[in-house]
Unconditional design. Structure first.
Length: 180
């Protein structure tokens, strides 16, 4: 599969089959993230793989609340990846301060998308989650208090393998040459 095809088939999955994900496929996804570029090669993240069914259910319960319930689908995913922010190296941290740009969060997003693209190539589905209750998840996973969870990614085999039509702005609306 070429890259253009891979980008077209990658989509957010919100309903997973109950088929377990092979550990070697999970590790392939993590390896893709490990190879992702980062500012000053800082690699300011670590992934906690949650695949124990009981623990996964507890983490899934922390992805929604009584008012905001759009992440309830996470219960159907057999795996949740928790991307924890790590301290960037001195060069990246200094660059972030000088340029007033959060390189660590940018790096985390790049790593997350590498995970999602690798998963898609392996026939797995993913959904990147930015809405979750951080403190209870940190307690459940023994994540140190001084660490921050950047993102969660649900992972599993999609229940439906149909590729939805992507609704995006027209190409000519998202770029320009030499001026805005």
């Amino acid at each position: 599969m070429d890259f253009a095809e891979l980008v077209k088939i990658r989509q957010s999955v919100r309903k997973y089959s109950n088929k377990p994900v092979e550990p070697e496929k999970i590790i392939q996804c993590i390896e893709a993230a490990r190879l992702a570029p980062s500012a000053c090669n800082s690699q300011p993240w670590r992934v906690v793989i949650v695949n124990d069914p009981e623990l996964k259910e507890k983490v899934a319960r922390e992805t929604y609340g009584s008012v905001v319930q759009f992440n309830k689908f996470v219960h159907t995913a057999p795996v949740i990846l928790v991307l924890v922010m790590e301290k960037p190296n001195i060069s990246a941290a200094l660059g972030s301060k000088i340029k007033d740009m959060d390189y660590a969060h940018i790096d985390l997003g790049i790593a997350a998308e590498h995970i999602c693209l690798q998963a898609a190539e392996l026939g797995l589905g993913t959904c990147i989650l930015g809405w979750f209750n951080e403190q209870p998840i940190k307690e459940l996973l023994n994540i140190p208090k001084n660490k921050k969870i950047g993102l969660l990614i649900s992972l599993g085999y999609p229940e439906n393998t149909e590729i939805r039509k992507k609704v995006r702005r027209p190409l000519e609306e998202v770029y320009s040459f030499n001026k805005y």
